[in-house]
Design a protein around this ligand. Sequence first.
Ligand code: GLN
Length: 198
Amino acid sequence: MVLRIGIAMLQGAREEHASAIDSAAKEMALDVDIVELRNSHDIANLDALVLPGGESTTMRLASKYRGLLEGIFEWIESNPESPVMGTCAGAILLCQPGNGREPFLNAEISRNSFGRQVDSFQAALNVELDGESSDYPGVFIRAPRFESNEEQAVAYLNEEVVGLTKGNRMALTFHPELTEDLRFHRWLLKRANEGAVN
Ligand code: GLN
């Protein structure tokens, strides 16, 4: 069985997610096929989906022509159990899909919210995932911030929540694809593997 993992190729950190998924799959002895999503027709038979970081405004604009984002949102709505990971701008899109859609995770998120002087930084996080709790190297690039949150917190920067899950959906304000620690990608693949039917 080969797991089909879609990555939205709108803009931003796409290749890094692809190689993180490849490496995590090797660690887990899983076969994966990375499906590069460029237009809405590419979204078929996916076992999981990644919305990378970048600029959410640019992504919304870039998507207009081929309807990729709308296609992705429809796919998430009609596959509520399917694993989805949104990082940074991807987290913004999951929490604020726009066009009158219900958010995919219930959290208020504000863009570029760590202030200009600390636009980008690295910091040790505390991550609590799948019953394990430990430090994690968090990379923040013009990151958004959760202003309020009704979901399961999985990552903390000091006391502040920077990662959430709702069932098989995950929203992270940092960039797990830019570190060697693959536990977030393993989280996604584990769920994709459990849910895969073919
Ligand atoms: N600042 C970006 C936005 O508002 C997010 C930054 C990122 O994805 N690295 O969309």
